[in-house]
Design a protein around this ligand. Structure first.
Ligand code: 3SL
Length: 233
């Protein structure tokens, strides 16, 4: 099993995803919302690129979710905090979601990957177990922030690689960097993110500080969201 890491969606054209499983992550906060929401009881999530596309789904009765600049889109039902996605009133519901980086990464990955799996710190071991069972080559696709790599997504890549490396082979420097960074965090992923990640600082300014600790928690949700057609479930 070969392991590679794409640090931002802008670099995706440098990776050949055909025949591979793409594990897409946006720890702060899009994929954490998906994982937390599906674990809590949401039925499915349709990721789209634009607010306009999501509003078309709203007309069909979908719950709409997401942000621009970290702030809930005014016309949407909910924003991009995992705590909103876990609310009981959305259990059993289909959600349409668009975010600045996370849904972009998913849209890019699905163009050529064999399969798209949604990963977050919240479900990293569940994703690792699945990857080990499949035994296929994988590409970890980090959402980053507007074209730049992000610390929290890189740490997720490292956390996943740490769990599968015994059965796999790293084939790029980004994967080695991610693994090294994760191991250097030495069990303090939450602290490392809160003290150093630029997006953590941004979210603290938006009064989303409680999301940070939650999204940095490893393995609180044993769900394996996979994109099937247009929907993640
Ligand atoms: O960029 C994204 O996809 C979002 O997760 C960003 S935010 O955390 O909601 O600001």
């Amino acid at each position: 099993m070969k392991i590679e890491t794409c640090l931002t969606p802008e670099l995706i054209s440098l990776h050949k995803l055909e025949g591979k499983i793409a594990v897409v992550t946006d720890v702060l906060r899009a994929t954490s919302c998906m994982v937390a929401g599906l674990h809590a009881g949401i039925k499915s999530v349709i990721p789209v690129m634009t607010v306009q596309e999501a509003l078309v789904y709203a007309e069909k009765g979908f719950v709409t979710a997401g942000e621009r600049g970290g702030v809930k889109v005014e016309e949407f039902t909910i924003g991009n905090s995992p705590f909103e996605h876990m609310r009981e009133e959305y259990h059993g519901k289909d959600i349409c979601m668009t975010t600045t980086n996370g849904t972009v990464a998913i849209t890019e990955a699905r163009k050529s990957a064999d399969q798209v799996v949604i990963g977050a710190m919240l479900n990293v071991s569940t994703v690792a177990d699945y990857i080990l069972k499949q035994g296929k080559d994988i590409a970890i696709i980090c959402a980053g922030w507007k074209g730049n790599p992000s610390l929290e997504d890189t740490l997720f890549a490292g956390a996943l690689i740490d769990r599968i490396i015994d059965k796999g082979e790293i084939i790029d420097d980004a994967s080695f960097m991610a693994l090294t960074q994760y191991r250097a965090a030495n069990g303090n992923v939450d602290k490392v993110i809160q003290e150093n990640a630029s997006h953590a600082k941004r979210l603290s300014g938006l009064k989303a500080k409680s999301d940070l600790a939650y999204c940095a928690t490893e393995d609180s949700c044993n769900v394996l969201p996979i994109l099937k057609g247009d929907a993640i479930s």
